[in-house]
Design a protein around this ligand. Sequence first.
Ligand code: ZN
Length: 204
Amino acid sequence: MLTAQEALERLKAGNARFVKGEAVQQKLLSHQERAEMASEQNPFAIVLGCSDSRVPAEMVFDQGLGDLFVIRVAGNIVAPSQVGSVEFAAERYDCAVVVVLGHSHCGAIQATIDTLMNPQQPPSSNLMSIVNRVRPSVEILMQTDLKNDLKKLSAHAVRSNVFASVNQLRHGSAVLESLIEKGKMIVVGAEYSLETGEVSFFDF
Ligand SMILES: [Zn+2]
């Protein structure tokens, strides 16, 4: 099992390869490896990321089959089924790190901004369940001057939404809280840049 620090270093090194166009994973995939993994998995990190087609965790971190336990949902929100997925992987596979991965130009963030600006045209109730999870992070920013600069508002909202998800994972589950208190797991936030391919890890 990797320590949290080792796991983070491995993710950062993988992203550096991806950014430079030197990803190695493609070459390492083989029929034999796939078959060897059929009976068990041993992922070294958990990633909660957005469903956006441009942000596949395995590719941006240049990791292969069996390396990452990935939960993807629009807006990288935390609802009970996401918490349950993280609990499952954290306990079963001893993953020492959980990364909440937001990204620039997130459609779920934009949908939330649009809904708050045009409340008379709400999305479907299903989409609203995602918007409602993102909403607190955006609402607080809309009370500042950022409301006059939609680009900046969206960029800030991505970060505060990542922070909100990190916070919910750290404090919204007795199982995870206990693993964190025992020093067995950390939850970190990060943002992927669609423009550069770089993942920046946050210090909160
Ligand atoms: Zn997104």
